[in-house]
Design a protein around this ligand. Structure first.
Ligand SMILES: NC(=O)c1ccc[n+]([C@@H]2O[C@H](COP(=O)([O-])OP(=O)(O)OC[C@H]3O[C@@H](n4cnc5c(N)ncnc54)[C@H](O)[C@@H]3O)[C@@H](O)[C@H]2O)c1
Length: 482
């Protein structure tokens, strides 16, 4: 049942100094749950959601017991590569570490010996409550996830719960954790969400652009040497009728030649927020000498990584709904529950895709090979490109092998986009750094379909069809009806 988007909902955290910890009801192992909670001078314990300001007053800071002493004995690829000092694990702040890509990355980096802190305001979980959505896979609270990881591996992950748009909170997190690298996943990342109505469009751009700007100021103020690894999207480029380069293109115009940022043609208020982020980052690299890598990521599929597969409490989220679900993940769920695969329009829309195991690999490669001071480096982060029709055909074939009768249906395209177009995007820079891609295979499709079949009782089929129209967006705050 879809929820009223226009209604306010508020959550209040008790005024005690400790966050609320749920027992491990999904865990067979008894995990230690020793968290200490710190609050910043600017923090207050109220989490609220209102129409115009979905999360601006969200500013609770909690942190797990410091991992500094415990991690000091670890040696791994997380060490500074060329330091003459005794090897010291690099400290990586993962903003958005409770989300789909961020959680898998935080665990992967922790496993590789980096000291990791997660910064997240948990707003993604709030969006689910707001829209009446849920992950296909049951996901545990961030506190339970981190405690489970500690019990299984002995590795600690620090936790700072708060909004990066609150500069006081972000400053305290930076001063406390002292990151060598910041991986920034912490944005509203759904194009349909940004196209629901005016308030969601405004929220998306405020949240994303101001959050990133605050991260840039925090680096300048507190950690000048810190390398920013920022998640952008291939959607920033749009679908030009020429090859897409990695960030820059050399142009000769009226007899003069220059290498310029590749033109951006974003196709939603979300994608436009990413374009603005890229411009702000490029400017601060030039003006302040910030070192940054913009990872223009393709569409991510899959749910398991080596780390999230270790225990069900570590399980990652898997979105299949029309607002947050991404193409291949959605098709696998649709195939598993006997819903026709929802191809938008002609289905010739072609994009870059990658396995979530490659997302974590790419981020690790970017951190281990940092940009130079003042460098704005752009990598196209995907491994293969497919049209929507090609994906539907692959899922149909894989479904047949499992005895599923998978049908495909063309539905009116809710987006404004070319449905047949040229697409050839370069993606060599991460491979040059050592990326070993996981190519989409029959076995991966089998396993994705099997996960979808395993959890098919959790599927709310009303959430599958797209309900957000690019053309119908208006001023009025909308309720998304299933
Ligand atoms: N998932 C994909 O297919 C995909 C593709 C291309 C790019 N990306 C980019 O990768 C990043 C991560 O995507 P994802 O799929 O993991 O998204 P997600 O929504 O699952 O995770 C984002 C996390 O950031 C947190 N967050 C949002 N705003 C915040 C704020 N102001 N302060 C603190 N935390 C905040 C959310 O609570 C959430 O946990 C995004 O920037 C997205 O644009 C994702």
């Amino acid at each position: 049942m879809a929820q009223l988007l226009s209604s306010s909902c508020s959550l209040t955290i008790s005024s005690g100094n400790k966050p609320y910890f749920k027992p491990f009801d999904q865990c067979s192992t008894a995990f230690s749950t020793h968290f200490a909670c710190r609050t910043t001078p600017s923090s207050f314990r109220k989490i609220s959601l209102r129409e115009e300001k979905p999360h601006r007053s969200f500013s609770v800071c909690a942190t797990a017991v410091s991992s500094r002493q415990e991690a000091s004995s670890q040696t791994s690829s997380g060490s500074h590569p060329s330091s003459s000092e005794p090897s010291k694990p690099q400290r990586v702040m993962v903003i958005g570490g409770d989300g789909y890509c961020g959680w898998a990355t935080a665990l992967h980096l922790s496993n590789k010996g980096y000291e990791v802190a997660i910064v997240d305001n948990l707003i993604r979980r709030l969006f689910d409550n707001q829209l009446g959505l849920d992950s296909l896979t049951p996901i545990s609270s961030i506190h339970n996830r981190i405690s489970c990881w500690k019990s299984l591996t002995g590795k600690s992950i620090e936790l700072y719960i708060g909004d990066i748009c609150d500069f006081g909170f972000l400053s305290e997190s930076f001063k406390s954790f002292e990151p060598d690298a910041v991986v920034h996943f912490g944005e509203q990342r759904s194009a349909p969400y940004s196209m629901i109505d005016r308030s969601r469009a405004v929220f998306t751009q405020q949240n994303n652009v101001i959050g990133t700007l605050n991260v840039l100021f925090a680096i300048k103020e507190f950690r000048e040497e810190c390398h920013l690894v920022k998640l952008g999207t291939m959607g920033e480029y749009g679908t030009p009728n020429i090859d897409i380069e990695e960030g820059y293109i050399t142009i000769t115009h009226n007899g003069r030649t220059d290498t310029l940022p590749y033109p951006k043609q974003a196709s939603s208020f979300y994608h436009l927020s990413k374009v603005h982020d890229s411009h702000n980052i490029a400017f601060t690299c030039k003006a302040w000498g910030i070192r940054a890598t913009d990872l223009n990521q393709g569409v991510v599929y899959g749910v398991m990584t080596d780390e999230t597969a270790m225990h069900e409490v570590l399980c990652n989220r898997f979105d299949y709904d029309g607002v947050f679900g991404t193409a291949l993940n959605r098709f696998c769920v649709q195939g598993a529950v006997g819903h026709p695969l929802t191809v938008y329009g002609k289905g010739g829309q072609t994009r870059g895709y990658l396995d979530i195991r490659d997302t974590v690999q790419c981020v690790e490669l970017a951190i281990a090979n940092p940009a130079k001071p003042g460098e704005f480096r752009v990598f196209n982060q995907f491994t293969e490109q497919f049209s929507v029709n090609e994906l539907a055909a692959l899922v149909t074939k894989a479904g047949e092998k499992l005895g599923l009768n998978v049908q495909t249906k063309s539905v009116p395209n809710p987006r404004v986009e070319a449905e047949e177009h040229y697409y050839n995007a370069k993606h060599t820079k991460l491979v040059e750094l050592g990326l070993k891609p996981h190519i989409l295979s029959d076995s991966l499709l089998d396993s994705l379909l099997n996960i979808a079949i395993k959890y098919k009782d959790r599927v709310d089929t009303k959430q599958i069809m797209p309900t957000v129209s690019w053309r119908k967006i208006g001023v009025k705050t909308k309720t998304v009806t299933a």
